[in-house]
Ligand binder design. Structure first.
Ligand code: CA
Length: 223
């Protein structure tokens, strides 16, 4: 899952990015309001974490612009503690939740997970396809009860495909949701990861769960 963090305080931004990446998310950071708006409107995100006080353009204006473009990506606002007016204005402008600074990282993570679940067709924390199971809280995968060891990227790909089960996902869309902005999407790296993932989840089984749709992309089907 890919997250945009719009935050001008370097320390806070890198703390959030590092923590989220450790929890298997791909993260882009924008350090000011203009860059935040540009990324939010041009890239595909599963969640946006938005500070209110920002250089060039404040978080509320960014939020209004995002919603005016009919982008329904969940937005978590970061507000100053006890600033009720900011919280109310944020929620009224289309934010899905807010968190007062300073916050405990665990609370940020819990809110991120809750917002992603709310937006997902699959509300459960354990995702399924046939005999395959993926626990999105422990990041463990199982097929027929046997644990499969996944790398961070393999996990991200599998999670995204499972959340979009029975839908063909193009390589472009997959790349957009699994990598951050600095990833060179012209490469065939995604295919390399898919092959590794397929070896881990399908090898030795007659019914492949991860399938290639030639010329289009990939699909995970319930079979
Ligand atoms: Ca700020």
């Amino acid at each position: 899952m890919r997250i945009l963090v719009v935050e001008d305080e370097k320390k806070v931004a890198s703390f959030i990015k590092k923590g989220l990446e450790e929890d298997y998310y791909s993260v882009d950071v924008a350090m000011d309001g203009k860059e935040g708006t540009r990324l939010a409107l041009s890239e595909e995100y599963d969640l946006i974490i938005l500070d209110i006080m920002l250089p060039f353009k404040d978080g509320i204006s960014i939020l209004k612009d995002i919603r005016a473009e009919k982008i329904s990506t969940p937005v978590l606002m970061l507000t100053a503690r006890d600033n009720v007016a900011d919280k109310v204005l944020g929620l009224d402008s289309g934010a899905d939740d807010y968190l007062a600074k300073p916050f405990a990282f665990d609370e940020l993570l819990a809110r991120v997970r809750a917002l992603l679940r709310r937006n997902s067709i699959e509300k459960n924390t354990v995702l399924f396809a046939g005999e395959l199971q993926l626990d999105t809280q422990t990041h463990k995968a199982f097929r027929n009860g046997d644990e499969i060891q996944l790398t961070v990227k393999e996990y991200s790909i599998l999670e995204f495909l499972l959340r979009n089960k029975n839908r063909v996902i193009s390589r472009t869309v997959l790349t957009e949701h699994v990598y951050d902005y600095h990833f060179d999407s012209d490469t065939n790296v995604i295919d390399v990861y898919i092959n590794k993932l397929r070896n881990k989840i399908d090898k030795g089984f007659d019914n492949p769960i991860l399938q290639t749709v030639r010329g289009v992309g990939y699909i995970i089907k319930d079979n």
